[in-house]
Structures are given as C-alpha cells and as structure tokens.
Design a protein around this ligand. Structure first.
Ligand SMILES: Cc1cc2nc3c(=O)[nH]c(=O)nc-3n(C[C@H](O)[C@H](O)[C@H](O)COP(=O)(O)OP(=O)(O)OC[C@H]3O[C@@H](n4cnc5c(N)ncnc54)[C@H](O)[C@@H]3O)c2cc1C
Length: 548
C-alpha cells in the first residue's frame, strides 16, 4: 500500500509554487521583508487561499484536503525552501500545529479543526518550547488545571509561557503542550482567548520573513473538548509519533535551501573570469567549493527519498530515519550555503547576491525540530538498541548487503560503503565491550557516524537503481547515471574515511593505555583499506566538476 498524490498532480503543485514565487515573491521583495524582519501575512494567507491552497497537501482527503504522502511533502517542502525558508517555516508550523490532532485527535476534533484549516485556510502555531525547556521537554512548566463541575471535568485553565513560537503572532489558533494531572497533553487554544498574550516578535538572525513570538498564558480557559484526543497524558506520544514525518520536512528544507545556494554559486562560477578563465574551470575552486557540497546534498536527497517512500509504504513512523535525514541534509545544506558565500567572494558577502540570506536562513534548520545534537542522540539510541538486539550483527549484515550490491552494480562505491559499515559495526561492538557509551560524547559521535554510513548506503542503492528527483535535470547539469555513480563513490570514500579516522580517534581517546581490544578494532576498521579506497578520488571529482 502506498499513499500520496499521483505524479501529474505533484508536478502541477510544484509548478504552481514556482509560478506563485515568480509573480509574488521576486528576490528584491524577499530582501526587503528580510531587511525589515517583516512577515508578509497576506502572502501566507494567499498561499492558503482558494486559488493556491498549499495547506491542502497536508490534510487528508476525507476532510477536504489532498492527502499528500511523505514523498509529496518532501518535494513541496524542498520547493518552498528553495524560494524562502521563512515562508517554508510558516507552512511547517501550521502542519506541526495540526499534527497532534491528525495523529491523536478524536473523530470530532479531526473533523472540526482539519475542515477549518482546509476551508478557511487558518494559520496554526505549535507551542511546545518554553523559556526553560527546549530539548528537554520533560522540563515543561506550563500547567493545565482541570475545572470540575458536578464531578465532571468541563474545561482547563492554562498558565505558563511558550518561547520561539513560529506564527505565534499571526496564528488563528494554537496547539499547546501543557502539564495536566494525567500527564502532558495538547490543548487547542484560539486566538484572542482571555489571558493569552502574544509577546513582541523576535528579531532574528535568519528566517526573518517568518513570525516568531513568545506566548504567555494567564489562566486561559479552554473547554474540555479542546483536550486533544479527549484523554490526558497522550501529548508526548502525539509529539513523537510524527517526528519521522516532520523531521523529513526540515531535512527537505536543508536540501532545498542548500541547493538554492549552490546553484547560485555554480551560475556565478560559470560567468566570473579570474586569471584568464571562468572559475568553474579551476580545479581547486570546484573541488573545494562546489563538488563536495553537491555530493553531500545528493546523498541527503537519496536518503530523504528512500525514507519518504518507506513512510508512504506504511513501514512505520521511522523516527530514527527522520533524524538521520534531518541531520545529514541540514548539515549538508548549511555547509553548502557557507561554501556558496566563499564561492562568490566579496559578492557573496553582499545582500544583493542572496547567498548570505540563504546562509542565515539555513542556520535554523540544525536547531528547530530538534537540534543536530539531539538528532545524534536519537539515532545513536535507536541503532544501539538494534546493535544489542542483533548481537552486534546489525551493521555486519548491512555491510554484507552492500557487498552484494557491489557484485550487481560495481561502479557505485558499494564496496567502500561496506568498509564503512564494517568499521561502524566494529566501533559499536568495541564501545559495548568497553562500556564506552557511558561517555555521552562517544554515544553522540556514534549517532553522527551512523548517519553518514546509512546515508552512504542509500546513495549507493540510489546510484544502482534509482530513478527519481535526483535524476531530473537541474540547472544545466544533467544527473546522468555515470555522474550519480561518481557522486556515490565520492560520498562513500568520504564516509569511510570519516568513520574510520574519527572512530579510531575517539576509541583510542576514550581509553587508558593498554586497554584490551584496540588491536582487534584497528584490524576490523582496516584504515589501510579505507585509504586505498580513496583511489580514483580526483578523477571522480573531475568528472562531477566537468558536468557543472
Ligand atoms: C526561529 C525559531 C522557530 C521556532 N519555532 C518553534 C515552534 O514553532 N514551536 C516550538 O515549540 N518551538 C519552536 N522553536 C524552538 C526550537 O525547537 C528550540 O529552540 C530547539 O528545540 C532547541 O531548544 P533550546 O533553544 O531551548 O536549546 P537547548 O535545548 O537549551 O539547547 C542548547 C544547546 O545544547 C544542546 N543540548 C541540549 N540538550 C543536550 C543534551 N542532553 N546533551 C548534549 N547537548 C544538549 C543543544 O543541542 C544546543 O546546542 C523555534 C526556535 C527558533 C529559534
């Protein structure tokens, strides 16, 4: 079973987004809003209006929406992020606000609130973070005290404050996480409720086009029917149930904005002549500032696509995969945008050339919807469990699968990914024997290495079999199969080298002299083979650069 839109409908939506941007969001206008830190609420309302209706993608068909799947949401999120990450964040916030109702609302709540968003195009905000509770949601202080009449809970009084709420100042209604006697629960609060104060909008580093504001609740009354799901204590579960999906959205933001920056750099490099020839012809320029970033973003896309298709095929919530996608894509996007500024030299530093705004905007993607560090932790915890449950075979088996892929598709670097996965398995086992994950840093580093390895595996599978957005011609650099294969080999080499060197570094760095097992670990990590696998690095980078 697979959910989502048909290809033609998705293409129509993507082209409508581009048309809308061409008409309503020219670069000069975006720059002006960015300068002023102004949220163009009317544009957002137009996007949610009857003509365009972007929000309908997120709403199931039975409530008047289009019932987009994870793949559709990825493509649309990427497309909006390419235009402006602030607008993309505002759309994300409405979807986040709806989430607890989609996954945990009663049938009446789902009908009422989703129909309202579908028909009225309401802007919604999602209020979880507090001044003293960000990554650690268990520290939330906002309270929801039941109001009892005739022995029945008839409503709740909410008191507390929420911090950094996207759409906070413009939302028509909010879903707010608060502590009720039965545990954390989401409540629906309407704009203008007595006791609800919207604070001054934040003056931000990036995504300045989105509205971010604090909210204060002083004894705000909501009727009992506004408790999402009708039962207290389900809030954390409702929040977690959709992480796979929502983190995939932010991953798509990292991808879209990262590509937007890189494409500007590539365009610039084709035209800018220094020392007698265009920059795009200079190896030291392309191999440092363009190629590695194109490769990392391609791998991020391969992983996002694979995860989206798995979610649509009903393979579960895939929270660890959502975290891997977010970590890989947002870190790659940030690095690409940073390199894009460098690639444009002094012009990159000027607002007119747009890459500095993209760089500022992108910075948020490694912070909101869970920071990169929290992603590393989430990934490490999940795969640590898999390592223990399979008695250390999880990555050994994955390496064997990549070995078989190499037999079938010898040019995608699968044998190098297998080296990386073998090293990873050995590092996890070594950490288990030495109880090294008692060191928080080791555990988090494992999470990062896992994200590299699993995205490299996805990239190799994609290079062997894929036919997808990755292969759609970009701005004059066709992703032909030989090119995708070269990118896969480049990513595989970088992954193997990173895991082997950083892995050995921290395993040695964690232990006292003479600790047992380090020799075995070194043999299993096989650093010499990882270095030998770098053969062909330069010619592959040349191949990718020539296609730019
Ligand atoms: C522009 C913007 C929009 C936002 N929109 C929303 C929204 O709409 N709704 C909403 O509810 N929230 C929103 N947020 C909040 C966002 O999700 C949080 O800022 C984020 O989760 C991090 O929380 P924090 O800022 O409290 O940082 P902290 O949790 O205090 O983290 C600070 C640093 O410490 C690290 N860290 C935290 N815990 C650990 C740990 N256990 N071990 C190691 N390192 C750790 C973090 O990775 C980070 O680097 C938004 C934030 C911003 C800036």
């Amino acid at each position: 079973m697979s959910t989502g839109l048909d290809t033609e409908t998705l293409r129509m939506i993507l082209s409508a987004i581009q048309d809308f941007a061409d008409k309503r969001l020219p670069a000069a206008v975006l720059r002006e809003w960015d300068d002023r830190g102004e949220c163009p609420e009317e544009v957002l309302r137009e996007m949610y209006g009857p003509q365009f209706g972007i929000h309908l993608l997120f709403i199931p068909e039975e409530y008047g929406g289009m019932g987009g799947g994870a793949y559709d949401v990825y493509r649309v999120s990427e497309a909006i992020a390419r235009i402006d990450l602030g607008l993309a964040s505002a759309v994300l916030a409405t979807f986040l606000g709806l989430d607890p109702i989609i996954v945990g609302g009663t049938p009446e709540q789902r009908r009422k609130w989703m129909t309202r968003v579908a028909e009225e195009g309401s802007i919604v905000a999602y209020g979880v973070t507090e001044p003293t509770a960000g990554s650690d949601l268990a520290a939330l202080r906002t309270r929801a005290d039941p109001e009892v009449k005739g022995g029945q809970v008839v409503g709740y009084r909410i008191s507390g404050s929420k911090q950094f709420i996207t759409n906070g100042g413009i939302a028509d209604w909010y879903t707010i996480l608060a502590k009720s006697p039965g545990g954390f629960s989401f409540f629906i609060v309407e704009k203008g409720a007595d006791g609800l104060t919207v604070g001054t909008k934040e003056d931000k580093h990036g995504i300045r086009i989105s509205n971010t504001a604090p909210l204060t609740f002083e004894d705000v009354y909501v009727p009992a029917e506004c408790l999402v799901g009708g039962v207290e204590g389900k809030g954390m579960l409702q929040a977690q149930q959709v992480f796979g999906y929502t983190r995939l959205m932010v991953a798509s933001f990292g991808l879209g904005a990262g590509m937007a920056a890189l494409e500007r750099a590539i365009r610039y490099a084709r035209e800018r002549v220094q020392a007698g020839s265009p920059l795009i012809e200079k190896q030291a320029y392309t191999h440092k500032l363009l190629v590695p970033h194109l490769v990392r973003l391609a791998a991020a896309r391969a992983y996002i696509e694979e995860t989206a298709r798995r979610i649509d095929a009903g393979q579960g919530e895939l929270n660890a995969e959502g975290a891997i996608a977010k970590l890989v894509a947002t870190e790659a996007g940030n690095a690409a945008a940073d390199a894009a500024i460098q690639a444009l030299g002094g012009y990159g530093y000027m607002k007119e050339y747009e890459v500095e705004k993209i760089r500022r905007d992108l910075r948020i993607t490694t912070i909101y919807e869970g920071t990169s560090e929290i992603m590393e932790w989430t990934i490490a915890r999940d795969r640590w469990r898999s390592h223990l449950q399979t008695r250390g075979q999880y990555y050994v088996e994955m390496a064997a699968t990549l070995g078989m892929l190499h037999d079938r598709a010898p040019r995608v670097g699968a044998e190098v990914v297998a080296l990386a996965l073998t090293a990873l398995g050995a590092l996890l086992e070594h950490a288990r024997l030495g109880r090294l994950t008692r060191n928080q840093h080791v555990l988090f580093r494992l999470g990062e290495w896992i994200a590299w390895a699993e995205s490299a595996a996805a990239m190799a599978r994609h290079a062997a079999d894929g036919a997808s957005a990755l292969d759609e011609p970009g701005e004059g650099y066709p992703f032909t199969p030989p090119l995708v294969q070269a990118m896969s080999r480049l990513y595989a080499r970088e992954t193997a080298l990173h895991i082997a060197t950083a892995g050995l570094r921290w395993m040695y760095g964690t232990q006292i002299q003479g600790a047992p097992g380090l020799g075995e670990l070194e043999a299993a990590v096989n650093l010499a083979a990882v270095y030998r696998a770098q053969r062909g690095l330069l010619s592959d980078a040349d191949l990718v650069a020539r296609a730019l």
